[in-house]
Design a protein around this ligand. Structure first.
Ligand code: C6P
Length: 424
């Protein structure tokens, strides 16, 4: 029997949180895969996370015994599929602590959620000369839709600058807010830097000007507890596939009064209550924004992923990941020639770095030979690369199933990269 005196500090914490990484790893079949004959070390979780067996099983069971179209049939299977899909919506409502399921709109992912708001909110409510505020650490998904809107309506994009650690300059943000500001859209957690932004403060400041705020939660939802009522955000978008669920499904949360005031984004089946050639009446929320047959299995799978994550507990996840990121940061930064890009005080799960003047793709290729999967490049955040004066970074991104041993393999791999290039 282990007693508290025989436990390491880390073991003691894991006992307290009830988090057992080796047990959790058993839930993810892909983690047993070998790459180039070596055990897979999957550190590309910010791109997409792996799926636990229960999510895989839920999707295949859905197709085996429940598959049918939803909201359309009166037959048994259709009602069953509808119930499964709507149950998933209810799980998402609880996951985000939204007030009502009609505020939960199924979309394809974060990208579609932001585009929906940019068009359905932006086209009617943002006019020529108005300003939209984003930050310098946004993913292209939270830049381009706003640029497109600006071109369409003649509005202007304003950008909150960041400092050398990758933290938002909150005073500069304050200076950007004025009577012309009509929308603020920022990442909750940056995919390229790992910065957790002070989103509650950002929202409070915008609301003083009566300005709605969208949070891009693509990276935050797998790592941080999100409470949309406590944050008081107006919109929140995230992707199922980063949350251990399937690809092709995501969520847009919106406050009901705003969603009610917005016209539909897409037209088609299910988003209507009646259609004649003269006039169409739209369906109630959330269906008004869900045209056409959705990704039903995806929604059901996302519900299973949320159940799974709730079973582990996001607090235990956050505590474990925080410790793992500290360990990784310490170990990687000790390698001579490594420069970390993104050193904010509040960070989660992302370790972006450059090694000497070796191109990030070379770093990634050599690590791949060691079985280590990371992402290299601009991470769909080109302005971040420009801000730090690098063409690309290597990015290791963590999930709760990663271990210290895997970080050691990453570190050994980076040292190997340096050896290979020392000989070149
Ligand atoms: N970032 C990454 O490797 P989609 O593609 O719609 O699921 O998510 C888009 C998106 C939006 N915002 C942030 C902060 C993101 O990180 C992403 C996706 C992945 O960093 C793929 S580019």
């Amino acid at each position: 029997m282990t007693t508290s005196s025989t436990l390491t500090e880390k073991g003691r914490r894991d006992c307290l949180t009830g988090f057992d990484v080796e047990k959790v790893r058993e839930d993810f079949p892909i983690l047993k895969v070998k790459v180039h004959g070596k055990p897979l070390v999957y550190l590309d979780n910010a791109a997409t996370a792996q799926k636990p067996q229960v999510v895989i099983d839920t999707i295949s069971t859905y197709y085996m015994v429940e598959n049918s179209n939803i909201h359309r049939g009166i037959h048994f299977l259709s009602l069953q599929a509808t119930r499964a899909y709507e149950d998933a919506r209810d799980k998402i409502k609880h996951f985000l602590n939204a007030s009502h399921t009609r505020e939960i709109i199924f979309v394809r992912g974060t990208t579609e959620g932001i585009n929906l708001v940019a068009q359905s909110y932006g086209r009617p409510f943002i006019k020529e000369g108005d300003e939209i505020v984003i930050s310098a650490m946004e993913h292209h998904s939270n830049i381009v839709p706003w640029q497109m809107l600006c071109e369409q309506v003649g509005a202007k994009l304003r950008v909150i600058p960041i400092d050398d650690d990758g933290e938002l300059l909150i005073d500069e943000y304050g200076k950007l807010l004025n009577q012309r500001t009509k929308f603020v859209s920022v990442a909750h957690l940056s995919n390229a830097l790992g910065t957790i932004s002070p989103v509650k403060q950002i929202i409070e400041m915008a609301h003083r000007f009566g300005v709605p705020v969208l949070l891009d939660g693509a990276q935050a939802t797998p790592h941080l507890k999100v409470d949309v009522q406590d944050l008081d955000c107006d919109f929140y978008a995230f992707s199922g596939h980063k949350l251990f669920g399937p690809t092709g499904v995501g969520v847009l949360y919106g406050k009901a009064d705003l969603l009610e005031a917005m016209p539909p984004y897409h037209g088609g089946g299910d988003m209507i209550s009646s259609v004649t050639f003269e006039k169409t009446l739209y369906n109630v929320l959330p269906y008004k924004f869900e045209a056409g047959t959705p990704n039903i299995a995806g929604g059901v799978g996302l519900g299973a992923a949320i159940d799974y994550l709730n079973g582990i507990g996001l607090e235990a996840v956050a505590t474990y990941e925080h410790e793992l990121l500290s360990y990784a940061t310490e170990a990687v930064s000790q390698i001579p020639g490594v420069r970390l890009i993104g050193t904010a005080k509040q960070k989660a799960c992302v370790l972006s770095f450059v090694v000497d003047d070796i191109h990030a793709h070379d770093v990634g290729t050599i690590l791949d030979e060691e079985g280590v999967a990371i992402r290299t490049g601009h991470h769909c955040a080109m302005p971040v690369m420009q801000r730090f004066g690098v063409p690309a970074t290597a990015r290791a991104s963590l999930a709760f199933y990663n271990t210290r041993k895997e970080i050691d393999t990453l570190v050994a791999g980076i040292r190997k990269v340096k050896e290979v290039f020392a000989d070149v």
